[in-house]
Each structure stands twice: as C-alpha cells, then as structure tokens.
Design a protein around this ligand. Structure first.
Ligand code: NAD
Ligand code: TYD
Length: 377
C-alpha cells in the first residue's frame, strides 16, 4: 500500500489527478489535503468521494503542525504538490497571499516530508516529493513570427488544423528563470526551495513546469471557462490588450497522465516541461470558443462575436509562452493525446451540460468579486 498526499486535490488540475490515481491504483491510499479556498470545490470529486482508497483532509499547507500530523497519521510515502494560489490577476491585486501559500506553504510541505522521512530506518528509499509548477517561471518569449510558422515539433496533437509557432524560441528545461508576475515569482521561488531540499538534504524531488491547462472543473475566472459562461449568458468577453498574446494549451487529462507517468518513472532531481505543442493567440482561441458555444447552443455560429470587448491590458502581461516538451516525449514517451479542436469541443460540451456546477460558483461571493475586478476596466 502506498500512501500518497495530493495537495490541492479539490482544485482544477488536482481533482483530475486525484480521480486518475484513485481509479487507477486501488492499492494506493490517496489523501487529498486541501484548504478549500475559493478555488477548491469538493463537487469536483463527487464521483470518487466514497471510494475506500480515498481520504479528504481539510487543512492549510501553511499550517506546519497540522501537516506534520498528517504525515505521521498516514505514514506518507509520496507527495504530489499542487495546492497553490493560481490566478495571475489575483496575484497582481494581492501578492502577499501568493508568497504565503506558494512559497511558505511549499516550504511547510517540504519540511514536514524531510522531518518524517529522514528519521525512518529506510530514510528516502521509496519516497518522492513531486512539485507541480508552471511554464510562467521562465518569463515571456518574444513573438518573432506574428503570422505563425510551422513549429519544429510533431505529435498526434500537433498534427491538427491549427499548427503554428509564433516565434523560434521555446521554453526548455535549462532556461534561466525570469518570472514577471507575483504569481510566477512565487512559483519560481517554490521551485527553488524544492531543488534546495534535494541538493541540501538529498530529498528525492521532481519538478515539472506545465503550460496553460483547459478542460472540465476549471474555476471560471480563467479565460476558457469564463468566456464559455459569458457567451452562454451573452455577457461581454473582456479581451486584454489586443488579444495577441500567445499561450500553449494542454487538455487537463493529458497533464494528469503526464503527472502519473513522471511520478512513477521520472528521474529524481530532474525537471520536465509539459506542454501541448499547441500555441494560440488569445483572440483566435476566443473565436473558436464563440463558434463552438454558439453551435452547441443551437445559435448561428459566430453570432456572439459582438461580445468581444477589448479592455485595458493586464499589467506586465507576458507576450508568449511556448513549451518544448520533447525531453518528456523522448525520455518517457509522453505526448498529448488530443488535438485542440477535439479538446475544446469536449470542454465546451462539459460546461454546457454541467450548468449547475457553474451556477453554484458564479452566484454569491464570486459574482461580487468578478464585478469589482472589472469595475475599473
Ligand atoms: P486551482 O486554483 O484550481 O486549485 C488550487 C487548489 O489549491 C484549490 O483546491 C485550493 O483550495 C487549494 N489551496 C490553495 N491554497 C491552499 C492552502 N494554503 N492549503 C491547502 N490547499 C490550498 O489551481 P490549478 O489551476 O488546479 O493549479 C494547480 C497547480 O498547478 C498549481 O500549483 C499551479 O501553479 C499549477 N499549474 C496550473 C496551470 C493551469 O493552467 N491551471 C498550469 C501549470 C501549472
Ligand atoms: P489565464 O486563463 O488567466 O491564464 P494565464 O494568465 O496564467 O496564462 O489567461 C490566459 C490568457 O488570456 C492570458 O494571456 C490573459 C488572457 N485573458 C483575457 O484576455 N481576458 C480574461 O478575462 C482573462 C481571464 C484572461
């Protein structure tokens, strides 16, 4: 029996990782440690909450004593650490919370793992601390090819209709960290702590840096679920700046599959970049989302293009993110399984079929927050 803590398991990506592990590994005991902030939602895990190999513990990763207690109680062998504050716009308004959760919270998890494991007779043997990070730590890439060029990578996913790169440089694992937002600065700092625990104490750690995820259960402050919901209600779609910024998008279940593979087969102390080989300008993705929502709601395709509303740009808005995940492809044989057109179709369908999930979140406190965010734009 392996006892594995997954932190942030009630959030977007965490819930997919918990689901995958609980269903795929009946011999593992999965302990989901989550504070249930505004972003944590146990409704994301309804389908697995009664499984015998699953336990939910409501706890704050910054609360070191409680985390130590969880390590002791459950005889923990491994950690997959996803709990974090994750939204760039919130980090611009409130950087302290990001430093607290992302830096101090990660340190608290590391220290609890260290104090527990180093005193065992077998020490680090069979143990693993896997930290989930973001490509945003590398900073922004230039957009040298605004019209797009054929990218140097091929995968099943990148053989789709849209298959462009907007620059000749990509994020590789050996790039210097150059974070620009309080969010990415806090994630960069947490990555450094994880590596320091390997280099100083010999803790078996792994770090992965992933591109933008999309799919079911994403909190509707992020671009894709926010826009799907706004189109449904015919509310304006706030496009930052000119909508020219480029992101690399990965379907969340493909990320969860990569996490499973790397947790089991990845090399200790290594970093792996995870990406979709799938660059899109925001405005192009927004048009695909509008067309898909319109079609699935039985409206005329493109009828809601007039909802596009250009608003003041995000402060320090990174121009382009583009991951080179060929190391992961080469060494562990992972590649994304879905072409973006398929992924976005599945995603839009899911949000339209799960309106109660969305309505639960978007009423009440969140509505007030959202209105205040956009009051000055
Ligand atoms: P999310 O905001 O949807 O979920 C975060 C979860 O962490 C929530 O369940 C929340 O309750 C929990 N949490 C927050 N603070 C906590 C605390 N102090 N103690 C315990 N739990 C706490 O985030 P997500 O999008 O699922 O991202 C998960 C991880 O993946 C993050 O570390 C993020 O940096 C990283 N990541 C996300 C993306 C993306 O596109 N969403 C891409 C790359 C990496
Ligand atoms: P987001 O989903 O916040 O992810 P990240 O900032 O981590 O990449 O945003 C994705 C892109 O969409 C980013 O370039 C900002 C842009 N964006 C908008 O134009 N309007 C919005 O309302 C949001 C939330 C994002």
């Amino acid at each position: 029996m392996k006892n594995i803590i997954i932190t942030g398991g009630a959030g977007f990506i965490g819930s997919h990782v918990v689901r995958l592990f609980v269903n795929k590994y009946p011999d593992y005991h999965i302990i989901n440690v989550d504070k249930l902030t505004y972003a944590g939602n146990l409704a994301n895990l309804k389908d697995i909450e009664d499984k015998p190999n699953y336990t939910f513990v409501k706890a704050d990763i910054c609360d070191f004593e409680t985390i130590m207690g969880i390590f002791k109680k459950y005889n923990v062998d491994g950690v997959i650490h996803l709990a974090a504050e994750s939204h760039v716009d919130r980090s611009i308004k409130d950087p302290f919370t990001f430093a607290q959760t992302n830096v101090m919270g990660t340190l608290s998890m590391l220290q609890a793992a260290k104090l527990t494991w180093e005193n065992l007779p077998e020490k680090w043997e069979g143990k693993r601390f896997y930290h989930i990070s973001t490509d945003e730590v590398y900073g922004a890439l230039e957009m040298t090819n605004p019209e797009g060029i054929k990218p140097p990578f091929t995968t099943k996913a990148s053989s789709g209709k849209h298959h462009l790169a907007y620059g000749s440089k990509f994020f590789t694992e050996d790039l210097k960290y150059m974070p620009h937002s309080p969010y990415s600065a806090s994630k960069a700092s947490s990555d450094h702590f994880v590596r320091a625990f390997h280099d100083t104490y010999g803790m078996p750690t792994i770090v992965t840096n992933c591109s933008n995820n999309y799919g079911p259960y994403q909190f509707p402050e992020k671009l894709i679920p926010l826009f799907i919901n706004n189109i449904r209600h015919r509310k304006p779609l706030p496009v930052y700046g000119k909508g020219e910024n480029v992101r690399d998008w990965l379907y969340v279940e493909d990320h969860a599959r990569a996490i499973d593979l790397i947790f089991h087969k990845g090399t200790i102390a290594e970093t792996y970049n995870i990406g979709g080989f799938n660059e899109w300008k925001n405005i192009d993705i927004i048009k695909v989302v509008i067309n898909t929502v319109d079609r699935l709601l039985g409206r005329k395709e493109g009828e809601d293009m007039n909802l596009i509303t250009y608003v003041t740009d995000r402060a320090g808005h990174d121009m382009r993110y583009a991951i080179d995940s060929s190391k992961l492809q080469r060494e562990l044989g992972w590649e994304p399984s879905l072409q973006f057109e398929e992924g976005i179709e599945k995603t839009v369908k899911w949000y339209l079929e799960n309106q109660a999930w969305m309505d639960n979140i978007t009423s009440g406190e969140y509505e007030k927050y959202y209105e205040s965010m956009y009051a000055n734009r």
